[in-house]
Write a protein that binds this ligand. Structure first.
Ligand code: SAH
Ligand code: SF4
Ligand code: F3S
Length: 495
């Protein structure tokens, strides 16, 4: 299936204004951003059109995404630049240019990338014009770069998370030479606004509100590969959302590794709750979601804003990681089991219809079955509506990787299996509560498995499938939740 591309005309009239008109390629590239990148996009257009004339077909490009919502949004930015430079976007790795936007949060994410690379190499042998780029979190690890330099020589371009905004410039460098182009930055405090982006869905969009992470949970590699926490200015965020609303976007997802610490380091500090209030004011935006909330920073102000809002969705993803205070301490999560339980209870009592979801790691160094039982106790008491459970993965360079008491895989797996069945049980019970209700659903797509059905999402993130006219895609409609299928419903549109 071809990717739908809606190229966002970005935010902030004032700043995009001076870039209207085609950059003059006879001059030196401008120094300031984003004008510099618009210059290189124009330059790429020439290279791409020349190559497409030579090959006798339009050049296609595919961005293949691994990892979290942040990466998904980054991929939309890459696609936006590719589309403006003249590539036809597709989802297929058969494309003339394939970009893998990688994740390194757990080792299996890395292994999947190496697997894809083996496959794409065989395709490149058949099509020597094919080009391959790698970017994203995995590229911020020096050992990965070494491995690619020695074992994957066919890769044309490698860049990291901090210089993604330079993609157009790097593309030009790639076209101008025939050697592997590698550009990785250790960190940055730069935020480049007003570059193009595409959207997978015309009616909903992710929006970065901050980048990086300063929490250094002891198992986690994200702070090392995404750099220090920095917040976008509220006026840039709000400008972007206003322009999305003008293009018909009804749902926004505000993205950050820890949205609850948004705005602390701004010149004029602003709380996340305050930002949400401002987003709520924007006409046309009907639903607001956000990801992710760190329990240690979740404020009463935020709970109050959510409770009083018609637009903020009834869903909070609140990663627990472990229910054992001892393990939480070793993880550097900075809350105890009791604090988490008290927080969850407070949220449930003030926003009774909220759905709480979570992330849990099993097999952290030193974890025993007794610790896993503590986690299970929290799962049963909080009754999570859904939980993502992960086997601990040892990430080079993190404090936990150096701990001596690593848990053997078999033991971790036993704890994992036990936890998983509990998690599934509470999730089923929670979903069952909705049976028979009528709720608003945003219609997202035609059900990929049964084209007679539409697929919609409730405010609390539960999925419902129901018969209906595909013209409703992008609209919010009331749906009666008739049949509970464990993790989703079959429903009927209500009048
Ligand atoms: N910023 C988010 C999490 C981003 S990573 C937060 O703090 O909640 C997404 C999830 O991956 C984490 O919540 C955690 O459960 C999991 N994760 C991170 N590092 C991991 C590791 N080394 N092994 C296994 N799971 C890990
Ligand atoms: Fe990783 Fe912790 Fe930051 Fe989340 S808050 S990204 S788990 S270091
Ligand atoms: Fe993975 Fe990077 Fe996200 S490591 S989880 S893609 S921030």
């Amino acid at each position: 299936m071809g990717m739908r591309t809606v190229v966002e005309k970005q935010a902030n009239e004032k700043r995009t204004g001076d870039m209207s008109g085609t950059p003059d390629l006879t001059r030196e590239p401008p120094r300031e951003e984003p004008a510099r990148q618009y210059y290189f996009i124009e330059k790429c257009r020439q290279y791409i059109s020349e190559e497409s004339d030579r090959l006798g077909h339009p050049l296609t490009a595919a961005v293949i995404t691994f990892g979290c919502q942040m990466n998904a949004r980054d991929s939309e930015k890459l696609s936006g630049i590719l589309a403006q430079a003249g590539y036809v976007l597709t989802d297929s790795e058969e494309a003339d240019f394939v970009i893998y936007n990688t994740c390194t949060v757990r080792d299996n994410a890395n292994q999947r990338v190496y697997g894809r690379l083996g496959f794409v190499n065989s395709m490149k042998k058949k099509n020597p014009h094919k080009r391959v780029a790698l970017c994203g979190c995995m590229m911020q690890e020096p050992s990965v770069i070494e491995k690619i330099k020695t074992s994957y020589r066919f890769v044309d371009l490698i860049f990291g998370t901090h210089n993604l905004f330079k993609f157009a410039e790097l593309l030009c460098t790639m076209y101008e030479g025939d050697r592997m182009v590698i550009d990785i930055w250790k960190d940055t405090d730069q935020i480049v606004e007003a570059l193009p982006a595409t959207r997978k869905y015309p009616f909903k969009s992710g929006i970065n509100i901050m980048f990086g992470c300063d929490n250094f949970c002891s198992y986690c590699i994200v702070p090392y590969v995404r750099g220090r926490e920095r917040s976008r200015r509220p006026e840039d965020i709000l400008g972007e959302i206003r322009s999305l609303a003008a293009q018909g976007v009804v749902e926004v997802m505000l993205l950050g590794q820890n949205v609850n610490s948004y705005g602390r380091n701004l010149e004029r500090p602003m709380s996340f709750a305050r930002l949400l209030r401002e987003v709520e004011q924007i006409d046309g935006i009907e639903r607001i979601r956000f990801m992710t909330s760190h329990p240690k920073d979740l404020s009463d102000e935020l709970i109050a804003v959510m409770a009083s809002s018609d637009k903020i969705c009834r869903h909070l993803h609140l990663p627990l990681q472990s229910g054992s205070t001892r393990i939480l301490q070793a993880m550097n999560r900075r809350y105890t089991k009791e604090q988490y339980l008290a927080l969850a209870e407070k949220i449930r009592s003030r926003i009774p219809d909220i759905s709480l979801t979570t992330d849990i790691i099993v097999g952290f160094p030193g974890e025993t079955m007794a610790d896993v039982e503590e986690t299970i106790d929290v799962v049963k008491r909080v009754k999570f509506d859904n939980a993502f459970t992960f086997l601990y993965s040892r990430r080079t360079g993190t404090p936990a990787a150096a701990m001596e008491n690593q848990v053997p895989r078999k033991e971790a797996q036993a704890g994992f299996d036990r936890l998983l069945s509990c998690v599934q049980e509470t999730a089923r019970e929670q979903v069952a509560r909705l049976s028979g209700q009528t709720q608003d659903a945003l219609v997202e797509e035609i059900n990929p498995h049964d084209p007679s059905l539409l697929t919609g999402r409730l405010s609390n993130n539960t999925i419902v499938h129901f018969p209906g006219d595909p013209a409703l895609i992008g609209r919010i409609v009331p749906v009666a939740l008739l049949e509970n299928h464990g993790f989703y419903f079959i429903g009927r549109m209500a009048k």
